[in-house]
Design a protein around this ligand. Sequence first.
Ligand SMILES: Cc1cc2nc3c(=O)[nH]c(=O)nc-3n(C[C@H](O)[C@H](O)[C@H](O)COP(=O)(O)O)c2cc1C
Length: 358
Amino acid sequence: MSSTIGNSIKVTLFGQSHSKGIGVVIDGLPVGEEIDLEQVQSFLNRRAPGKSRYVTTRKERDIPSIISGLVNSKTCGAPLCAVFSNTDTKSEDYAQHLDIPRPSHADYPAHVKYQGFNDIRGGGHFSGRLTAPLCFAGAVCLQILKRKGIKIGAHLFSVGNETDTKFDPVAIDDALLDEIARKQFPVIDDAAGKRMMDVIESAMTDNDSIGGIIECCAIRLPIGLGEPIFDGMENRLATAIFGIPGVRGIEFGTGFAAAGMRGSQHNDAWRTDGDRIVTSTNHHGGIIGGLSTGMPIILRVAFKPTSSIGIQQRSVNLSENRECDLTIQGRHDPCIAVRAVPAVEAALAITLLDMICS
Ligand SMILES: Cc1cc2nc3c(=O)[nH]c(=O)nc-3n(C[C@H](O)[C@H](O)[C@H](O)COP(=O)(O)O)c2cc1C
């Protein structure tokens, strides 16, 4: 399985949803970097399950055990390894999926690829639980980026058809990003957040799930970070973001809406701001030609509705080779996007630090 990303800083995720533990190895971090583990924990707490009505009821404390890589709280050059225990597992809920794969989950393609030896419990290595170690790596990278003046933040932009206010693409305030990060339901406009909660509630009442979009930004990046063609900033960020389970799409800046615009509407005029050259608008989302322009990087990530739903569905009994009904047991997130907000920030932080250090 390829669960490693990065060139200069390599991040490897390991473990399964119901194995003894899950974790991450981060190799190649710059040395002597102080890592505040309380800040890491606050970041992890934003993703942890079981703390609100709108997420899975699985309760994991998500307190990492640091195995190596830090001496006196500073990176020491050895790989930084952190492990999380899996404690609240109910593996019996997944026994039926050995034979009857869940629609739209990885059960069936994984069964074929790994010849039935894959760990199906809780989704195994495909589980959203692997975003806990991803967030650990992201939290470490965020602290190093912050010292370089770079800040990353995200919010839940939509659930179903309910939308939050968008980030101002040319001027994003640090204080706004800090404020969202402190919220239990990470939106800019709390009234929109309430409407989104109602949409999730309604899906839950129907034993169903709902999709959503996360908007993420990175500010104060140096100009010219990235490469043309295959190693561009969009390419690199998309690779990391598609490592988050449940992602169905990503758009940068104006994204798909650009296809309906004229050049005169879409072009971002260059202008001077003291001794800096900036753009008046930011349809390009901070990236042109695969290179950062110094404007905020803005991207939106679409998450599918959680595939594990309580409504009876059709599937196939593999050992009997016959179609059958399936009712999924267990505890599931009704809307993946709610808990994935810090995971998107983490994917950005890991990639941007790697690009800066390469
Ligand atoms: C934070 C997070 C939580 C998730 N929770 C669930 C869940 O409770 N039930 C579920 O079926 N899928 C959940 N997923 C999504 C699945 O892991 C994912 O859909 C599955 O592995 C198939 O991969 P794909 O959707 O990327 O194709 C979650 C994903 C994330 C990021």
